[in-house]
Write a protein that binds this ligand. Sequence first.
Ligand SMILES: [Zn+2]
Ligand SMILES: [Zn+2]
Length: 338
Amino acid sequence: MRAVELLEPFTCEVLDVPVPDARRGFVVIDVQRVGLCGTDVEFFRGEMPYLLDGHANFPMRLGHEWMGTVSSIGEDVDPHWLGQRVTGDTMLGCGSCRRCRSGHQHVCENRNEVGVRGDVPGALAEQLSVPATSLHALPANVDDALGALVEPGANALRAVQGTGLVAGGRLLIAGPGTIGLLAGFIAKAQGFEVHLAGITSPSIDFARSLGFAGVWHLENLPTLEWDAIINATNDATLPSTALELVEPGGRVVYIGISANESNIDSRWLTLKDVTAVGILSGSPALSETISLFASGRVDPRALIGATVGFAEVASVLGGERPAKSGPGPKIQVDPTIA
Ligand SMILES: [Zn+2]
Ligand SMILES: [Zn+2]
């Protein structure tokens, strides 16, 4: 089969590789759609922290936002999965430790992450093998493009849940990238007053086209009371700025990660009675995200700028926009495109 292999930083090639087989407890999936994200770019650039601490090693196969159809199953797998359209959990906990047993497998010390951590090959291939326990079935009205948006959608949903807001609450989302915009769509559907803030003109202009209450330049925010703030940027200073900006009694949700140390002054947490929430993964919210997309209340397909084939992955990860791409930040990959 064909697969996109990241051989070393900045070197991505489409290679012929052996097909995976369905081991006991595992399924093989014919991959239909894969999203590329900021984490993939960090790996491409050789900057992802897991490369430094040995949790990931070159060569590697990226791809953790995916959907496809189960084409074979291993021993001990429920046969109902065969032929199902599915997406899967990126996080593969050990299943037996205290964290896994209490529903926190996404922070299992010994977890693997599909296409990210522990040398588990990702979905940038014609086929992918994952444990059956990580699967989530997709209903027919969640199409392929939406199916591959479930993983980032679940991260965004958890960020919105982390705000603790109820309808009418005013939310500022810093960072109008895929996660920020997904969080914006979800928060809007829940009746929040949603504002986005960014730095670059194209991303601000695109966010302005999506019908939020306000879209601002981060340097030029209006004087409003922010009941909650989601930091979906990779800026190192924004975590502390968010703490200054949020209303006393409010919440700040930290989902973006900066390349450098990004400190907050805990005195402000205390003096303002603010709750800080960290979100690593969409894992616990995958099913809820599928239901949300299936309900039609949140349709983030406008975020997809282009869908490309394997051959274009290297240039996209290198920062180029595909020819004829729309303004959306998310690029998806379809293995059937030459
Ligand atoms: Zn991602
Ligand atoms: Zn575990």
